[in-house]
Design a protein around this ligand. Structure first.
Ligand code: SF4
Length: 261
């Protein structure tokens, strides 16, 4: 227990914001400067998405939970407001599932986001990988590489929130196309064939986070060389993300002061 360190952490503006809106608080900044991969990376900004902004999620939040011993309390406790899972309690959604289930799939649908996050939690499925694989399948469908025969008649188009949640079920139950997507990026691309791998957004067979790394070279290098694939948890490239002044960078990273934009 170190009161001084805890005070430093909880008094930081970023911790207060994160403890108020959870990790989706990042969304406004990253989407406004074009850092959100949208519709399987066809664009890098999700337009008309007020419905899934953190302030909209917050209307259905009853409080915040914390990981063991952490004072920040950034994990929202929410109630799904309507739809098939109306009234169901869950926790999240974190920034990653927010991007994977909305921008990547083109679904600016709050209920689909909260329900999808709940389904992924319930099934115990990696949200980033699931959202990315479904977004990839949506582009393949729109490009004619996947057809209604492959999807069992499901209109797997960008923006179809019902199809999004249905595909989460099918992946978990390994039904039809879901059985192929459940194999993960490279094996799924091999099974589908027809140049489908050209539409995959991955590094070493691991789907990327929904961020467009081109504006943040340190993050791009991180995901390009991370040992298990596109893994934003193997580095801490705050250098690019926050535009910290040089004296601060020197205190954090010592020498040399890195890329300055
Ligand atoms: S340790 Fe858990 S509660 Fe604390 S900031 Fe990280 S994710 Fe949030």
């Amino acid at each position: 227990y170190n009161k001084h360190i805890i005070d430093m952490v909880v008094s930081a503006k970023v911790s207060k914001t994160q403890g108020r809106l959870g990790t989706p608080f990042i969304w406004g900044a990253t989407n406004s400067w074009g850092g959100i991969r949208t519709r399987n990376f066809q664009t890098n900004q999700f337009e008309n998405c007020d419905a899934i902004e953190p302030e909209a999620i917050d209307e259905h939040v009853t409080g915040y939970a914390s990981c063991f011993g952490c004072q920040v309390h950034c994990r929202a406790k929410y109630i799904i407001p309507s739809g098939e899972y109306a009234g169901v309690y869950d926790e999240g959604p974190e920034y990653t599932v927010q991007g994977a289930l909305t921008a990547e799939t083109g679904c600016a649908d709050l209920v689909a986001l909260l329900s999808g996050s709940h389904l992924l939690n319930t099934y115990g499925i990696d949200c980033l990988e699931a959202g990315s694989m479904i977004a990839w399948a949506m582009e393949l469908y729109e490009a004619g590489i996947l057809t209604n025969k492959d999807t069992g008649g499901l209109e797997l188009r960008f923006g179809n929130a019902e199809a999004l949640n249905e595909m989460i079920h099918r992946i978990a139950r390994r039904e039809g196309l879901g059985d192929i997507l459940a194999e993960g990026p490279l094996r799924a691309a091999k099974k589908i064939g027809k140049n489908s791998i050209k539409y995959l957004i991955h590094v070493k067979g691991m789907s990327n986070l929904h961020s467009d790394e081109r504006a943040t070279p340190a993050l791009a290098l991180n995901v390009a060389v991370a040992s298990r694939g596109s893994d934003h948890l193997r580095g801490r490239p705050a250098i690019d993300l926050y535009g910290l002044p040089e004296p601060v960078l020197r205190r954090i990273y010592s020498q040399p002061v890195p890329y300055d934009g």
